[in-house]
Design a binder for this molecule. Structure first.
Ligand code: NI
Length: 216
């Protein structure tokens, strides 16, 4: 099968799975990540087919999404069903596995430009204005409160701890989002992250100033 044709079919496959997601991992998230990953990948000299396929499939097995609970290896099965060579499947799945954030104190090493491009793209979509919107959408979809001054943020040491956190959404900024700028893998990703990071810092300042407005 032609690469172009496979990409087209994969778009359709992913849209069917994530089309109705209400937690910020919808089809538009996938499209933004794909576009960012391709631009970063181009600058990094990555294999753009691997980048594009991994970006499209990076959330279909995500632990965070309800849709992923019944089947665990949808991305791999999809690639197998379409007759992709095992070597290519391994490359794509390796990128997908390494993309996900697993906790503040858990390292996710990146070993090649394809991984770096998709990981940076996914992390860029988690910060800035879109990141803020997605974070509250995700929190709401999981029944989390917006903010509770009595619940301090926690820097998680392992993935289980991070995964099971039920903390208010504002804590997520400290547990993940504000850490991402320093974990970007590429130069272009880092530059974009700086600007989005500043925007989140301003947002939090404004949030607390409104929260603490005195009655007079
Ligand atoms: Ni994602």
């Amino acid at each position: 099968m032609l690469e172009e044709e496979l990409i087209f079919l994969t778009e359709d496959f992913v849209r069917k799975i994530l089309g109705n997601d209400e937690s910020g991992h919808d089809w538009w998230h996938i499209l933004r990540v794909r576009n960012l990953a391709l631009s970063i990948g181009k600058m990094e000299g990555a294999d753009l087919f691997i980048v594009e396929m991994a970006a499209l499939l990076h959330d279909v097995d995500d632990w965070k999404l309800r849709v992923g609970l019944t089947r665990k290896h949808r991305a791999k099965e999809w690639l197998l069903d379409n007759g992709i060579e095992p070597e290519i499947i391994n490359k794509i799945c390796d990128v997908i596995y390494k993309v996900s954030f697993k906790g503040a104190n858990v390292n996710t090493p990146v070993t090649n430009p394809e991984c770096a491009a998709v990981q940076d793209a996914d992390r860029l979509d988690a910060i800035g204005a879109i990141g803020i919107a997605r974070t509250f959408a995700y929190g709401g979809s999981r029944g989390r409160s917006i903010y509770d001054p009595d619940v301090p943020p926690v820097l998680h040491n392992d993935f289980e701890e991070y995964k099971n956190s039920k903390a208010p959404t504002i804590n997520h900024f400290y547990e993940k989002l504000l850490l991402l700028k320093d974990r970007m893998q590429t130069k272009s990703g880092r530059a974009m992250a700086e600007q989005r990071h500043e925007f989140m810092v301003d947002f939090l300042d404004q949030f607390y100033s409104e929260w603490n407005t005195e009655f007079f």
